[in-house]
Design a binder for this molecule. Sequence first.
Ligand SMILES: [Zn+2]
Length: 217
Amino acid sequence: MKRNPLSTTTQPRRTMTTFPPSVPGSRPRRISVRGLFIAAIVSVLTLSTLGSTVNADTPQPDGPPDGGDHSWCYLSGFSERTAADAAMTRLREQTDVTTNYPGSCGAKTDVRWTQGDLGGSFGRGECIVRLNGSCDVYRITLAMGTINNTQQPVNQRSKTSCHELGHTVGVRHYSDNFFPGDDTAHSCLRSGEVTGAWTNITLYGNHHRTQHINITF
Ligand SMILES: [Zn+2]
């Protein structure tokens, strides 16, 4: 008979005799299984508690961005213009940010989109020119090889574009359910690989919009 610790409590007591005799050593086994369940439940509760109370949300270290139009351009070899344009449009529609496409990259173009390998990361948004205490020019890199290896490459590309663009308007990412501020809904600033359970992969969160982005722009 196969021993199944999960079902021992529903078995007739006599079947216990087929197990090692009821010496003290056999009970901790059953207790430890139950203990594992309790420990798992406590962990989940602890995590959700932390998620709702620990919400430190400092601005993106690279920022703050300079105000005014958030202009964008593409570096040579960039093949994801449609995704980048969609991300710029969503940013404009969801926030107070205004955008401008100058046609090519100038010295002061705020966001330069490019692509390349990032050693396993999906994307990166970084300040490449600082001026007078704020970031004048950012570069967004999409790692298309890594993105295309995910379960949902199209959604991943959209999420990563939104996410990295978010860094260029001064907001930080978060993990799991460690929402920024008082938010209880996810946004594209969530870090990690998009799965079927993810929501709001092209949205900026309420906290980021009202307490960070719209204050800067
Ligand atoms: Zn990030």
